[in-house]
Design a protein around this ligand. Structure first.
Ligand SMILES: [Zn+2]
Length: 196
């Protein structure tokens, strides 16, 4: 999920090659991700890459399938702000919702769904279980934004985007808009000799 307000930090530092975030309607976003069986160095590396991408976008959560890896891992930091010192990204492996209670409507966005937000109904409170990078099992209860973020990111692992949870009419309108934008991007890209 993106942070709710776009970041306006002025200075731009050329980024190291970050993993690109897949964008709707990329079919790889619809895959069912497989459970992680072992915490390996490669997995730690992927988690570190994902955290970098999340802060760079900027976002408060990112799921592995969004960077093309169909495995059940997400990274989240629902508290960080742009001033920099309070970053506390958590890595959640094989996250699973154990309990849901109540419901709320939250206006969601997604790093994989450009230029769109919509109200989505979610459970208001959840209990979630996951394994951290040290292989320790954690059970967490949460509500509000953090509960919404967990549900949104776990949906990614099941091949679902928040646009799959809104009306078909709204989803189709967005898909059309996105198609147009992509076509325009392509034409402009051609006119300018392609992106650098
Ligand atoms: Zn998302």
């Amino acid at each position: 999920m993106p942070v709710s307000a776009p970041s306006e930090t002025g200075c731009y530092v050329a980024p190291m090659a970050l993993r690109p975030v897949l964008l709707f309607p990329d079919p790889r976003l619809k895959r069912l991700s497989t459970p992680v069986e072992q915490v390996t160095d490669a997995l730690r590396e992927l988690a570190a890459d994902m955290i970098e991408v999340m802060y760079d976008e900027p976002g408060i959560g990112l799921a592995a399938p969004q960077v093309g890896e169909a495995i059940r891992m997400v990274v989240m930091d629902t508290e960080w702000s742009d001033d920099g010192n309070d970053r506390d990204a958590r890595v959640m492996i094989n996250p699973e919702i154990l309990e849901r209670e109540g419901s709320l409507v939250w206006t969601e966005g997604c790093l994989s769904v450009p230029d769109f937000q919509a109200d989505v109904e979610r459970a208001a409170q959840i209990a979630v279980r996951y394994t951290d990078l040290d292989g320790k099992e954690v059970v967490e209860e949460c509500s509000e934004l953090r509960a919404v973020c967990f549900q949104h990111e776990i949906d990614h692992l099941d091949g679902l985007l928040f646009v799959d949870r809104i009306s078909r009419l709204k989803r189709n309108l967005y898909a059309k808009k996105r198609k147009k934008a992509l076509k325009l991007e392509e034409e402009e890209g051609v006119a300018q000799g392609g992106p650098l």
